[in-house]
Unconditional design. Structure first.
Length: 464
């Protein structure tokens, strides 16, 4: 049965920060690149009229990527606006009027999760949920039980195939490139297993603090902000088995299998840190025990990955801003030339940000009579100028009913199961100095398989 595209786009929370920074630029991009031609209806409680809403769109584009004149004019012509409270049935009655003849709307919930249930019921009661799709932002719950409660609420009004749980990280071109590189190149798959891979490290480092997000960050911390969702998804792209078939569900089926095979993290396999000065940030509790750094050790109980240690670390005010994965290959059982070679000599580095690159580490002979070598990295860089922004890609996919880059409920539950044993303050919190790689305990965590490989912004090349 053919999947019909959506015939209207509704975004609730249309005057908020997310809409300002991401949604308006994404909509202009969809109009420019894909001929997006749907009624675009913003809903919010701001006391605005349509002209003020259009002015907000213009200001958004001027500040976030610039105005493409013809696409901007089309966007302004497509905009509609409903001002009202989400607890008021009249708000949704007005929305139904604005939808007019639209029969398959896409509703984007750019609102706090605490409002999801109220808004879903308002959409359903007014008839706006019939044959509709709904997109919602993380967090998808606060733990496994609340994620299941949210799912039950949404399923009262929307079938699972019409629920699109957005994780913008999955829309990033470099993250998708992990899957493509693995499965489009025949030299990698034969060595992508426990017999050839010694360890996997994933690092998401930021050299800045929580800035003006103190109140939000103090409610989630690093584990829930980036590890439970973004970085587990990166790990899945690195370690899933090849998808079978061409259905959109094929990749998500493999990810679900993989997530279920990851052991729940034990308290002894996590190190939490908080940078000195965090508690003085506005919005942060004076005695906060929320982590701004976390390092975890994971294991995948599958034939492909049994026994391969996996380490993830993420944090604020670290030495660099960089997100990358490093796959360390096993050394030969015997070093032919009698050298003492670093264990991390053979590797593959996949850089997601700030630059997009893939690096292969290997040894080359140094000039001279002796058979000795040095470690170098052959790097392929890719310019990001032509990449489609994540929200543009994801909203376009949702409007077409393509769910491949969105989280399915069983995936969400599996991710919560992995981190459930370490939620809250069940492990010690260590202080660390800004500009360092977190607390010393993080280095002790990886000592048996490490050390941590620090991201290098300018790796040595074979021609250096």
């Amino acid at each position: 049965m053919a999947v019909l595209p959506s015939d209207a786009f509704v975004f609730l929370g249309a005057t908020g920060d997310l809409a300002y920074k991401q949604i308006f630029p994404a909509l202009q991009g969809l109009i420019r690149d894909e001929g997006f031609n749907l009624p675009i209806i913003g809903v919010a409680k701001a006391g605005w009229n349509l002209e003020q809403f259009q002015a907000r769109a213009k200001d958004s584009l001027e500040k976030n990527g610039g105005i493409h004149q013809s696409s901007f004019e089309k966007l302004i012509a497509l905009l509609r606006y409903v001002d009202g409270d989400y607890s008021d049935p009249n708000t949704f009655a007005q929305l139904r009027q604005e939808l007019s003849n639209a029969q398959r709307p896409l509703h984007y919930l750019a609102i706090p999760p605490s409002l999801f249930a109220m808004v879903a019921e308002g959409l359903a009661t007014s008839g706006c949920a019939l044959n509709a799709r709904v997109v919602l932002e993380k967090p998808f719950g606060r733990d496994l039980a609340s994620a299941q409660d949210l799912s039950r609420t949404l399923h009262k009004f929307f079938p699972e195939e019409d629920i699109f749980r957005i994780d913008h990280f999955l829309g990033k071109e470099p993250v998708q490139n992990i899957l493509y590189t693995r499965f489009a190149n025949p030299m990698f798959e034969p060595i992508w297993d426990r017999d050839h891979v010694r360890s996997i490290q994933i690092t998401m480092a930021e050299d800045f603090g929580v800035q003006d997000r103190g109140k939000f960050y103090d409610e989630v911390g690093t584990l829930l902000d980036v590890v439970q969702n973004h970085l587990l998804q990166v790990l899945a792209n690195l370690t899933i088995d090849p998808p079978t078939g061409e259905e959109h569900e094929a990749v998500r089926d493999r990810k679900s299998e993989l997530m279920r095979a990851i052991r729940p993290i034990r308290p002894e396999d996590v190190v939490r840190g908080q940078y000195k000065g965090y508690r003085s940030v506005p919005g942060v509790a004076p005695a906060s025990l929320v982590e701004t750094f976390v390092a975890v050790r994971l294991n995948i109980d599958s034939w492909r990955w049994a026994g391969v240690p996996i380490y993830i670390r993420a944090g604020k005010v670290l030495p660099v801003t960089c997100t990358e994965a490093l796959i360390e290959f096993r050394r030969p059982p015997r070093e032919t030339f009698g050298e003492i070679v670093p264990s991390a000599s053979a590797h593959m580095r996949i850089r997601v940000s700030p630059d997009r690159s893939i690096g292969l580490g290997f040894r080359v002979k140094t000039p001279g009579e002796r058979m000795v070598g040095r470690d170098v990295e052959l790097v392929l860089h890719r310019q990001a100028a032509d990449e489609k922004p994540p929200y543009q890609r994801l909203l376009g996919d949702a409007s077409r009913g393509n769910s491949e880059l969105f989280s399915r409920q069983d995936l969400v539950e599996a991710q919560w199961r992995i981190v459930e044993p370490i939620l809250g303050s069940v492990t010690p919190l260590y202080n660390y100095e800004p500009g360092t790689w977190g607390p010393d305990e993080a280095h002790e965590l990886i000592a048996a398989d490490g050390p941590w490989v620090d991201p290098r912004l300018e790796p040595e090349s074979p021609c250096a």
